[in-house]
Ligand binder design. Sequence first.
Ligand code: GDP
Ligand code: CA
Length: 332
Amino acid sequence: MAVLRITALAGGIGGSRFLRGLLRAAPDAEVTVIGNTADDITLHGLHVSPDLDTVMYTLGGGIEESQGWGRAGETFAVAEELAAYGAEAQWFTLGDRDLATHLVRTRMLAAGYPLSAVTEALCDRWQPGVRLLPMTDDRVETHVVVTAGDDDESADAAGDARERAIHFQEWWVRLHAEVPARRIVLVGADRAKPAPGVLDAIAGADVILLPPSNPVVSIGPILAVPGIRDAVRGAAAPAIGVSPIIGGSPVRGMADAALTAIGVPTTAAGVAELFADLLDGWLVDTVDAGATAAVEAAGVRCVAVPLWMTDVDAAAAMARAALDLAEEVRAR
Ligand code: GDP
Ligand code: CA
């Protein structure tokens, strides 16, 4: 039989844990991952790509399991020294081991290599078992528009309700998404081009998967790169998504705050609706079985299965269910 070609879009933790299950469920498949780079941030002059690194470390066996991001066995000597200088941004912790990745990435980017080539070089070491492509080689950054004064640094003398845009990481990591977002803006997305190989991986796939990644700030930016959403919608392969929302809660993290910012309810059906134009199938958790009818009314085949990624076996069972659903909708 021909090798199954799977193309998945992915953010960080939710995406990587699902992908690890996918590789266990389909060990012979050829998997291409299109990673979100709109979380990327420059810190201390270094280019940090949190979501690409989470995929690379998780699949390459270097992740700190207990938190789901960062390097296992990490130390923080450099962060302590930076703090002693009062060097910002201290709310974003960079571990010593992790720093080596950012140093190599930054040096290669400065030498003129595109991010896609840099990512390939970094994956040479980690051997994640997938082809990892950034969504774009261009700079796209998620910014969050907040009310000036809501975040403690930007109140002006009049204390009025002017807007201020901050980098997504500042909203998420420093402010824990507790400050209401007025809007989420994907700076640069309209001018970005898909990275080499991205559109081909979508057009040539047998199955397209949307793992349970944050729909607004992980999957959203990938689909916002001009050409990608159309490619997924127009692809011959079925597109199957896995709900990142279980029983009205984002399982871990603050995805509800991001959904609220774009006016989407934090429900499995609400997220399905966001992607209904391109989805053929959608998995919801068994507690959300009551939502399947609403999703199917939007023209998306919907099945309820357990969606808690408690360990790799549980993630593998979810991936298996997604591949089975792809087979089912293909046969129709
Ligand atoms: P990030 O970039 O590190 O925030 O990671 P992603 O965007 O890839 O995934 C984050 C999302 O994963 C969260 O918003 C959760 O909704 C979802 N998530 C995390 N753990 C689980 C789980 O066990 N099951 C499901 N269904 N979703 C999960
Ligand atoms: Ca992310």
